[in-house]
Design a protein around this ligand. Sequence first.
Ligand code: FAD
Length: 442
Amino acid sequence: MSALIYWFRQDLRLHDQPALQQALLHAAKTNSTLLPIYCHDPMQDAPTRWGFVRMGAHRRQVLADSLYDLDQQLQKLGSRLLVLTGKPRQLLPQLAKQLQASQIYCEDIAAPEEQDEVRALTQAGLSVHTHWQSSLLHPADLPFQASELPDVFSSFRQKVERAKVAPRRPLATPSRLPALPDISQVDAALLPSLKNSLSKINPTQTQPDARTAFAYNLPSCRASEVGGLDYLQRYFATDKASSYKETRNGLIGLDYSTKFSIWLSLGTLSPRQIDDALQDYEEEYGENDSTYWIWFELLWRDYFRMLHLKYGRRLYRARGLSDHKLPKHPAENFQRWISGETGQPWIDAAMRELSATGYLSNRMRQNVASFWVHDLQGDWPAAAAWFESQLIDYDVYSNQGNWLYLAGRGTDPRGSRRFSPEKQTKDYDADGAYRRLWGTLR
Ligand code: FAD
């Protein structure tokens, strides 16, 4: 019997999984077994050039929870998840050889490191079938080629809306999975127990600070697929979506924004599943500016994905799409910024929230990014790497895209965006509740 490998990446779910569905079709046609696998790359454990670990403790906790749950779901369908620590380009060819498998299915990720990994697998002689599946709209359904993507978000949105481009329907969870391959011929060192693998990924069992806006330690906020589907259903059972536009600039608590980003970033919820629930809600309770705005924000997420299809590696140069030189790394100010000790209470509150909880509102992400780039004259890649390390909703496209945008090195027609901390404090924290919560105002 031949074997196929399904390599889970940022798509830790079984619902709406075109890449997995393709693997299942292939397995059915060729009567193959299927091995679902996740590789934890040790580069995530290594320090960045600024001295902190690439994947911080909050991220490890939500990742390990999601992997544990994915294994549970796979077991219900007669399969299971193998979690390995190592570089995919080393592990997967080794494993494929021992299983006599030559085909791997996985999602397509249009970011340089992720693409390099796929290229290395192909060079090692494996057939890697990648499928695009992380956006709401499929790039093939857009009324323009990726190379013709408008550089301004509003033009992108208007073109999409004028052409009435709609998301494809989400795919159902498969009802069963092919058998696992016979792994008795596989080197035992390649087959650690799930418990061992997860404790390697997540040795510290972290919890967020009790003041968090997103308590990922509570059953109601589990980052896994089961948690996400449950949260989605509960979110749209309330009327929060009908006032989202008015509340979305809030700073404290779970309810001011959707918090969908946590599941979207791990791929434990698909954007099409969210849009489906949004459409059902609109049908039942009516559309308004707020329900439209959730779609609008999901389009922003798509826009940063499509931008990668257009500009690729150019988005990863320090100068981005601009020709501005990068300022020197101000090491002392950086330490003050990341630990919330700059002396600017509005900014310090947010930076303390970020490291204590792994989450930060969109309003505060914009403010602290602007403060780093414009007020402290910092180098945006160091700060973007700090976000990568801390954010439980870290997403390579959205983080890179937003940082470039804020630093004036992306496609923003306004060039660069400075937020005045004084004005923003007045507009969004006039009573001081946020700064008091994070101990920067007494
Ligand atoms: P909501 O306000 O409820 O929005 C709904 C959804 O729309 C979000 O879940 C998200 O998928 C999408 N969305 C909203 N705003 C944006 C945006 N500006 N860009 C892209 N998508 C958006 N988002 C991430 O998911 N991962 C990141 O790593 C990330 N890094 C960021 C870095 C900076 C400097 C800035 C300014 C923003 C960043 N964002 C990132 C975007 C945004 O802040 C978060 O998506 C949002 O705060 C998540 O909370 P929410 O789900 O409650 O958002």
